[in-house]
Design a protein around this ligand. Structure first.
Ligand SMILES: *Cc1c(COP(=O)(O)O)cnc(C)c1O
Length: 253
């Protein structure tokens, strides 16, 4: 980090207010349900570094990003104690670049054993002294072909086994993640089948491996339902930062 990023107070007031509003809704919902504490991941993809700096100055430390290059740039511009979460589609040939980011805290979209091995190898090579990267295995709970994520039991178990084994030192298993399908997330009030499926996977894996996995499910459109169904984290972009610009018009600075 070279120089602190500046911002204007109007945007600051707006963002802090929206963040607090979302935070209050989450706390209300989880208090009513008596659930596990729910953490809020602020999804800052395609939003400028100044927006992140505003929330950082408000005390927020965890941010979610979807694109490797954008995350690389932002991580260099912004404070070192941010805990970045990568929540975008994970490509094999980008595993190395991701693993190099020193303060990459979590990858929520791990969807193959091969990529787990790549990440471990690259982290060990480039950042052996940084903390191990927490990984959530992404499960394709809706079986939509355009969605990433594992759905085969053997592949899921093999990936868990690798993450828990001594073969692997530089990444670690933290939980499971899913993206609810659009249809389901817009059916207010009903149980979300994607979320129940993720909970089923957690039970299965916890029983077999003695883990206690966290769950990352729920976005702006469906986070209340995700809390009802026992999520540990919700990932909120639009409700905090407003609508995103198209990718080719997004500006970091
Ligand atoms: C963009 C994104 C989010 C945030 O979505 P909003 O609807 O803007 O809250 C959450 N999770 C993932 C995986 C995303 O890509």
């Amino acid at each position: 980090m070279t120089q602190k990023i500046t911002y204007d107070t109007q945007r600051q007031n707006e963002l802090v207010q929206q963040f607090e509003h979302v935070k209050n809704m989450i706390d209300t919902e989880s208090n009513q349900r008596n659930t596990v504490p729910v953490s809020l991941l602020a999804v800052s993809k395609l939003k400028p570094a100044s927006d992140i700096q505003i929330l950082y100055d408000h005390g927020v430390r965890e941010f979610g990003e979807n694109y490797v290059q954008e995350l690389e740039e932002k991580s260099q511009l912004l404070p070192d104690d941010i805990k970045w979460h990568f929540i975008g589609g994970l490509q094999t040939n980008k595993c190395k670049d991701l693993a190099k980011i020193p303060n990459l805290h979590t990858i929520e979209t791990l969807d193959s054993l091969k990529k787990a091995k790549k990440l471990n190898e690259a982290r060990g090579k480039y950042q052996p002294d940084q903390p191990a990267i927490s990984c959530d295995i992404q499960i394709n709970t809706s079986h939509e072909s355009q969605k990433s994520g594992l759905q085969d039991e053997k592949e899921i178990f093999d990936t868990v086994e690798f993450l828990l084994s001594d073969e692997n030192k530089y990444i670690k298993l933290s939980g499971l993640m899913t993206i609810g399908s659009w249809d389901v997330s817009h059916n207010e009030g009903e149980e979300n089948k994607d979320f129940s499926k993720l909970v089923e996977w957690k039970t299965k894996i916890d029983d077999k491996f003695g883990t206690n996995l966290r769950l990352s499910m729920g976005m702006s459109a469906d986070f209340k339902q995700a809390i009802k169904q026992g999520t540990s984290e919700v990932r909120i972009g639009t409700d905090i930062f407003g609508v995103r610009p198209p990718k080719d018009q997004a500006k970091i600075l």
